[in-house]
Design a protein. Sequence first.
Length: 137
Amino acid sequence: MTDLSNEATARNARSNTRSALIQVLSDKAPEARLVSLDIENIEEMRRQAGILDAELESEILALDVGDYVRVTLLSRIKPFGAETLIVEITRIRGSAYLGRLVERPAMVGLAQLSAGSTVSFAQAHIHSIAKRCPTHD
């Protein structure tokens, strides 16, 4: 029974994601490369749990270029896991967003990304609003 439960949980996790291409720019390589990663569909997860966050929905609709949001990227490389990262929004077209990672991910499975990597995501992937940009000391 536990195996079936774990399998159902894994299937649910996969259905709550979206593959995204992330443009990675590196000081070591002059050409940009695209990396395919999964982004957690937090909106669907909230809906399945019966959570309605009207305040967050209003804040998301009011977002503008230059604002900061959190999205959760999922690693396809062992060790599997997820990391919620801050992204600066650089373009909004309807519910489609383009942004730049503010910091380098700490998780090994996301090591191919760096601060400044371009991320394409949707409104459904916005975990929360970052009230201000983190400081880099």
